[in-house]
Design a protein around this ligand. Structure first.
Ligand SMILES: [Zn+2]
Length: 63
């Protein structure tokens, strides 16, 4: 068992978005989330408040 970081797009209010990412570090999760935001939501450069929202929504899970 190890700790992993998980982010679900729904958690920041993207209702109906099935995107979920799990990675070893918060940095990695942020990277995947940024890629996803650009591709799926047309957010090329996430503003600071959105990044803060994502960071808050990242959960630590046991894998
Ligand atoms: Zn999404």
């Amino acid at each position: 068992m190890a700790d992993a970081k998980e982010f679900t797009c729904k958690d920041i209010g993207m209702v109906g978005c099935p995107f979920k990412v799990r990675a070893a570090t918060e940095e990695e999760v942020m990277m995947h989330a940024a890629n996803h935001a650009a591709k799926a939501h047309g957010i090329k450069e996430a503003p600071a408040d959105l990044k803060a929202k994502i960071q808050k929504a990242i959960k630590t899970v046991q894998v």
